[in-house]
Design a protein around this ligand. Sequence first.
Ligand code: SF4
Length: 371
Amino acid sequence: MSSFNDIFETYNWDDTKASIYAKTSADVERALVASKRTLEDFKALVSPAAAPYLEQMAAISQQLTLKRFGKVIQLYVPLYLSNECNNICTYCGFSYDNKVRRKTLSPMEIMQEVAVIKDMGYDHVLLVTGEANLTVNVDYFKKTLDLIRPHFAHISMEVQPLDLEDYGQLTPYGLNTVLVYQETYHQEDYKKHHPKGKKSNFQYRLETPDRLGQAGIHKMGLGVLIGLEDWRTDCFFTALHLNYLEKQYWQSKYSLSFPRLRPFSGGLEPKVEMSDRELVQLICAYRLFNEEVELSISTRESSNFRNNIIKLGITSISAGSKTNPGGYAVEPEALEQFEISDERSPQEIAKMIRAQGYEPVWKDWDNCLVK
Ligand code: SF4
C-alpha cells in the first residue's frame, strides 16, 4: 500500500532548504494575493523574505480564521498517565537514560486526576504517556478509555505510534483524536535524537498518520519539535505531509502544533532558535496555506505571547497543564516532562479569551454526532 514515504523519498532536505531560502519578496507578494496557495507559496511565506510582510500575513490569517472558525477558542488539557519510557530522546525529561522516578497511574489515581480536571471545567482531555509497551499498552489504553469515557466529550491521545489494528481496537472505546509529531523530518538528525528504542524507527513514525487515516480516526495532529533542525524546512515537510493526508484521508480532520523546545531536567539546548516573531510568521503561513486546519498552542509559550496570538489564527489552547503523571492531584511534585511557561489557571485563560471578544469553548464535540 502506498504511504507518505513514497512522496517524502522524492524530496531532498538540502535542496528543499535551499529553495526556501532562495524565495524573494516577489514570491511572497504572489503568495499573499493568491486565491489558492500552493506548497511553493508556503515556502515563500515561511522564508526570511516574508519577514517584512508579517502585518499583512497576520491580517489575512485573522480574516481566514474568523471566516472558517468564528470567534471561538477551544480549550483542552493534558492528562499524563505515565512517565515510563524505553526510548532515548535527547530532548525529553522522560528519556530512558534520565534517572527519574517512574510512575504509571492506577485506575483509582486516574479518577483522582479526572476529578480535578473536571472541576477546572474541561470536557476535552489529551492523554499522554511515554513508550513502555509492557505496562502502557493497548490493554492499558482500553481500560483507561473505558474508565474516563463517561466524563469527557472529546478524548485525544499522544502516546507511542501503534499498529493499524491497535487503532482499530481503540476507536470503539471513545478515542477521537491522535497526535503524533514527527519531531524532525531530517532523517540523519532524527537518528541522533532518537538513538535507542522503537522511536528510532523514522519510517514507522512517518507512516503513523497513514495508519490513523486507514483506521478512520476522527482527527489527527501533526507537528515537529522546533529547535531540533531548521524550522522553515521542517515545517515545509509538515505542510507537505498535511497536504498528502488531506487528499488521501479526506474523512479525517487535522490539527497542527508548533512546540518550541523547552527547558527540562538534564536538557538539550536548541540547535536552531526561533524568535516569537518567527513563530507568528509560521502560524500565519500555516493559516494562509490551509484554511481548514486547526492550529493549537500549548502552555510551553509565555502568557504574553499567548495573549497576543489568540486573534491571529489559533483555534485551540491548553491551560492549567501539568506535564507529570499525577500532577493535578496524586503527586504534584513529580518531575515534569518539560517546564510550563504560562502558569495561569483555565479560568484566567478563559477570561483573557473573553476579554478579546472570543468565546472559550470547553466542549466542541460529542460522540453522538457520529452515531
Ligand atoms: S519524547 Fe516520548 S518517547 Fe521520547 S523519551 Fe519522551 S516520553 Fe519517551
